[in-house]
Structure formats: structure tokens, C-alpha cells
Design a protein around this ligand. Structure first.
Ligand code: RAM
Length: 367
């Protein structure tokens, strides 16, 4: 995942060169610091970097850890890819990984899985939360029994977990969606959002930033008329799309920040008179969206690799259980093929900037 076209998630920290690359050479040139001072600085800096890195490597990952993954719901292709990445990491870690979860994306249906995993004495529960608050008491109960809790994809309130693996900067995702749509409709006309469930932490955070972005003067011609919820169910998302187009005949565009929603909306549009007339952007998997890009229903959409979200979450959980990190800001940990990662504010670890897919690049991706 390397293509990051302009306008998308420009603020992501992963696009900045690292501190040493960015500052040290220029400073040295400008101030003409004598070579020995420069050498001392460089040696000092690399020692600091090395010792930080080796700290992250200090204790080996504990063997035969029991790591359980609870996605929002199990029959969503996104969650299948995400948890496959998690299980791949478990293999590398020598851990016993398992995936359990409900068929509907609701917090109440995740509770019984959490309780069972506590009874089974799993070492860690890694969960994509269907609600920011409803699961917190159950997750706290797990943590009180020395079970590590990590959230991935969709967070709880910070007190419900040690670390949240966020797919990308939430602000970048939200604002980036408005930019994508504005480009296609010339920043004019009525628009709607087709979301997942009304309580989903991730979608609601992104929508908040979309609404912020829409306040900018350059978007004053765009009017958000409705936020609809397809509950991450294919058929409901399809019907909600139909409902939006009937209720708002002047609709110019839809943002669907859910892989289930955007695929269902594209399917509806593709055989309707609105194809090519109502723009659709969102967060989709390339494999689900390919045919709608090829048939001209969709021009551009975005996503990260869901497998990497699960993979990173598994490593974070194993490193927490092994005592190499506590979940505190600026701690670093080794995450296999994803390299060394740093914990940010409130225990959030960001995977990296999303990719924007379109007719030119979509065939380079297979997930
Ligand atoms: C859906 C889920 C998931 C979200 C993606 C973009 O599959 O709601 O939580 O991250 O869309």
C-alpha cells in the first residue's frame, strides 16, 4: 500500500521523514558545527535510537499465548481480511489465535463473547468495538483479571483498553472523504452519508471530521441532507441507498465510510438511472469495488489494508502480554513485517495513511 494521491490524509505522521533525517543534516550545514561535534551528535543519536529499539526487543514474546480476536461482525469481508492478518501474526508469534464474534454488528451481541473469553482465560482480547461505552464494563472486568485488552478498527473509550490500533488518522480519513467527493461534484449540491451502525465509534469519529471539513468556505455549496445507517448489512445498505435517492431527487453525491455500505450503494447505483450522475465515494475493499470502478459507477474510493490492522493488533497484544510495553505514549514495540511502531496519545497506534483507488491503480490490489 504505497500510493497516496494528493489531498488524502496529508497530515499523517507516517508521511514525514524521521527526525534525524529531517533536522540533523540541514542544521549541521547551516551552522557549520565542527565535525567532531557532528560525529558526537550522530553517535549519540544513533545510540539513543538503538537503545530505544533494543528496549522494545528486551523480553522475548511469551510462547503459546492465547490471543482472541472479536471483530464487529464475522460475516463482513473486511473483518475476514482483518482477522486473517491477525491469525498470520499469531503464527509468526507462536501464539494460539482464534476469532469469535457475532453475525450482527452490535455491542450487546459482543458481550457474551467477551464473557466467554474471560472464562477461557485468554491472554488477550482484541476487539473492534461496536459502541464506545457499552462494552467498557465487560472489558474492565477482563483487565481486572489480568487479561490484556486491545481495540482495533473501532475503539472504546480509552479506559476500556490498553491500546487502540487505528487504521489511519481519523481526521485524515474524514476530511479526505469530503475532498474526494468535492472533486467529483465541483463542491456543489446536496450530499448524504451512508454509514454503518449508529453507534460505531470509527464511523462516528470520521463523520464528525467530515462535518468539520464541510464547514470550510470552499464547501459552502455542498449541503449534507441526511446521514443514513445500513448497519453494515448488505441488504439494509442497499435499501437505504434507494431510500436516499427517492427522498432527495437532487442528491449529487454519497459518502459511504463502510466497506459494506459503499459496495451495496455501488451495486444499487450501477443498475439505476443515477449511474454516473450521482457520485459515490467511501471506504471500500478493492476486490468488492473493482467491478463498479470498471463499469463507471465509482471513480475513486479509499482504504488501508485491513489485514495489516489485524496483524498490528496481534503484535501489540503479544508485546503487552510479554511486558515489553504498557500502552504509554511514546513507547515503541516491534511489529514483525510492519517494523517498529510508536504508541501515541491516549494509547493510539496508527497503521498509516490510506490508499485512494481508481481505474488506474485498482488492479494492483488484491484484497
Ligand atoms: C466496515 C466496518 C469497519 C470499517 C470499514 C471501513 O467494514 O464498518 O469497521 O473500518 O467498513
Amino acid at each position: 500500500m504505497t500510493a497516496h494521491p494528493p489531498g488524502t490524509c496529508r497530515k499523517s505522521p507516517f508521511r514525514q521523514p524521521n527526525f534525524a533525517d529531517r533536522l540533523l543534516p540541514n542544521r549541521l550545514q547551516r551552522q557549520k558545527i565542527p565535525t567532531f561535534i557532528a560525529t558526537t551528535l550522530v553517535v549519540g543519536l544513533s545510540f539513543a535510537v538503538t537503545s530505544r529499539f533494543s528496549q522494545a526487543q528486551e523480553k522475548p514474546i511469551k510462547k503459546a499465548l492465547k490471543l482472541a480476536f472479536v471483530p464487529k461482525n464475522i460475516n463482513n469481508p473486511y473483518n475476514v481480511i482483518e482477522t486473517r492478518g491477525a491469525l498470520d501474526a499469531c503464527k509468526e508469534l507462536g501464539a494460539e489465535g482464534k476469532v469469535v464474534g457475532p453475525s450482527e454488528a452490535s455491542a450487546s451481541s459482543q458481550v457474551s463473547y467477551i464473557n466467554t473469553l474471560i472464562t477461557q482465560r485468554q491472554n488477550a482480547i482484541v476487539i473492534a468495538a461496536n459502541d464506545p461505552n457499552a462494552l467498557v464494563p465487560y472489558l474492565k472486568r477482563a483487565m481486572a483479571q489480568k487479561i490484556t485488552v486491545v481495540t482495533m478498527d473501532s475503539d472504546t473509550a480509552p479506559e476500556g483498553r490498553s491500546i487502540f490500533i487505528n487504521q489511519a488518522s481519523s481526521e485524515g480519513i474524514g476530511r479526505g472523504q469530503v475532498e474526494l467527493l468535492a472533486k467529483q461534484i465541483n463542491a456543489q449540491g446536496e450530499i448524504a452519508i451512508l454509514s454503518a451502525t449508529p453507534n460505531a465509534t470509527n464511523q462516528n469519529t470520521w463523520i464528525k471530521y467530515m462535518q468539520e471539513e464541510l464547514k470550510k468556505p470552499e464547501y459552502q455549496g455542498m449541503k449534507l441532507v441526511k446521514i443514513a445507517y445500513g448497519n453494515d448489512e448488505d441488504q439494509k445498505s442497499f435499501t437505504e441507498t434507494q431510500g436516499l435517492l427517492q427522498a432527495y431527487p437532487n442528491l449529487k453525491g454519497i459518502i459511504s465510510p463502510t466497506t459494506v455500505g459503499v459496495a451495496a450503494a455501488a451495486r444499487y447505483l450501477s443498475t439505476s438511472p443515477y449511474k454516473g450522475k450521482v457520485a459515490l465515494v467511501g471506504l471500500g475493499t478493492p476486490n468488492q469495488m473493482r467491478q463498479f470502478v470498471k463499469d463507471g459507477t465509482v471513480k475513486e474510493f479509499a482504504l488501508w489494508n485491513p489485514a495489516d490492522v489485524g496483524y498490528l493488533a496481534a503484535y501489540a497484544a503479544a508485546q503487552l502480554v510479554s511486558g515489553n510495553i504498557q500502552g504509554k505514549e511514546s513507547e515503541t514495540f516491534a511489529a514483525g513485517k510492519l517494523g517498529t511502531r510508536t504508541i501515541g496519545k491516549d494509547g493510539v497506534v496508527i497503521l498509516g495513511p490510506p490508499t485512494v483507488f481508481n481505474a488506474e491503480n485498482i488492479d494492483q490490489f488484491d484484497f
